[in-house]
Design a protein around this ligand. Structure first.
Ligand code: SF4
Ligand code: SF4
Length: 95
């Protein structure tokens, strides 16, 4: 999933709070302004947005829907699991 921080440099005062509150050091200061320097380090905690005193940074991360194939596999497996469970129960009960 791509990291998509939005930084409004007109609002940003360069205080550095988003950098100090970022647990993965994904954000760095470059020439007095924050930049997403290490997107792979972002764990989507949203600290940068929460602690920015100027409302200059947003973390509106993309929502990715689950692969519909996984749901199909799940719904296909459930009846088989139920049948096997019932069969095992009846076998044990009868024996
Ligand atoms: S969401 Fe969290 S980990 Fe990602 S850049 Fe912001 S503070 Fe850092
Ligand atoms: S916390 Fe907000 S104002 Fe401070 S450097 Fe980061 S984006 Fe700019």
């Amino acid at each position: 999933m791509p990291v998509m921080l939005e930084i409004d440099y007109d609002k940003c005062t360069g205080c550095g709070d988003c950098v100090s509150k970022c647990p993965g050091q994904a954000v760095s200061m470059v020439e007095g302004k924050p930049m997403l320097a290490r997107p792979d380090n972002c764990d989507y905690c949203t600290n940068c947005e929460e602690f920015c005193p100027s409302g200059a940074i947003r973390a509106p991360f993309e929502i990715v829907m689950a692969d519909p194939g996984i749901k199909g596999m799940y719904t296909g497996l459930m009846p088989a699991v139920l049948v096997l469970s019932a069969t095992s129960f009846l076998t044990a009960f009868v024996a």
